[in-house]
Design a protein. Structure first.
Length: 317
């Protein structure tokens, strides 16, 4: 009987040491996964958790898990290389109280980030850098950076909803997909809804993307175009609703510039340009663009355009 009791005690010690029957966690981390959820709190004062770092939470997380981020400030550079949800735990009105103060790399598919802010003021460095394949959702995010706020190197199916995206010295959103004349593929399906985008350079600069939809989104810029559909911008570009503002002091030729694309529909928007042409439709035939670029099927409907020069100007079309 004593021998059986001794064996039972040894087995119990082994079970405890191996973590059988407990929440999953990395042995070097204080972050635990409970029912697919990891709770993070920078100082442990807001939420009942010992996990204080989003980076540590990402290290132990599995595909499909959710990281809940509590009120606080988080300074680690983040590399999101798993299909995961990162959610602030406060209401949408309080997203500024959950702040990431470093760059975020997204390198995975099926990533959802919501209800928090990213405030990263390093000269020329982007706030979010996306290099995944498909399915990215940003909802109720505030991004404020010195460099480009949202830099999309590669991804399809991007949904941006109820966001405020601002760059103090570069683009609000830029989708360059390599150099302007390169042939390294195209992107598809960018949806921006009920958001505010602002850049010191361009508000939004798109290159090599098909199927772009802006719905009830306000866009502004200080220096260059508010919205630039650049070389090989692709087919099916739709703007429905929104307010566009370009500040005085720019020498750039227009507020909204369409250099290439087919099936472009701009409707139900207000545009104020204090310096130049409102909407410029001008085929870019420079060496930076492919020789087969063209513009066709452009519709502008129910738009209020107040521009210093022409409201709409078309050339080389």
């Amino acid at each position: 009987m004593k021998r059986l009791l001794f064996l039972f005690c040894v087995f119990g010690v082994l079970v405890h040491a191996s973590g059988w029957g407990s929440s999953s966690s990395d042995s070097s981390s204080t972050c635990e996964i409970k029912d697919g959820v990891i709770v993070v709190d920078d100082d442990g004062n807001e939420c009942n958790t010992d996990c204080t770092s989003i980076k540590d939470a990402l290290d132990v997380a599995n595909d499909g898990d959710t990281i809940i981020v509590c009120k606080g400030s988080y300074g680690d550079e983040l590399s999101v290389d798993k299909s995961i949800n990162i959610e602030g735990n406060l209401s949408s009105a309080n997203r500024d109280n959950i702040k990431i103060t470093n760059r975020v790399y997204i390198k995975a598919n099926d990533v959802n980030i919501s209800n928090l802010s990213i405030d990263f003021q390093s000269s020329g460095v982007e706030g979010i850098n996306i290099d995944g394949d498909y399915n990215l959702s940003l909802k109720n995010i505030k991004i404020h950076t010195d460099g480009s706020a949202l830099y999309v190197k590669k991804a399809d199916d991007i949904n941006i909803t109820d966001c405020n995206i601002t760059s103090d010295s570069a683009q609000g959103i830029i989708l360059p997909l390599g150099s302007m004349g390169s042939s390294d593929g195209e992107m598809h399906n960018l949806y921006i809804t009920n958001s505010t985008i602002s850049g010191d350079d361009n508000g939004i600069w798109l290159t090599k993307i098909n199927d772009t939809y802006l719905k009830d989104t306000n866009v502004s810029s200080k220096t260059y175009e508010i919205i630039l559909f650049g070389c090989k911008s692709g087919n099916n570009l739709v703007i429905d609703g929104g307010y566009f503002y370009k500040a005085d002091g720019s020498s750039d030729p227009s507020a909204v510039s369409i250099a290439h694309g087919e099936n472009i529909n701009l409707s139900n928007f207000h545009l104020l340009d204090e310096e130049t042409v409102g909407v410029l439709i001008s085929l870019n035939t420079s060496n930076d663009c492919d020789t087969d670029v063209k513009i066709s099927n452009v519709t502008i409907d129910n738009a209020e355009i107040n521009a210093t020069k022409e409201a709409i100007y078309a050339k080389n079309v």
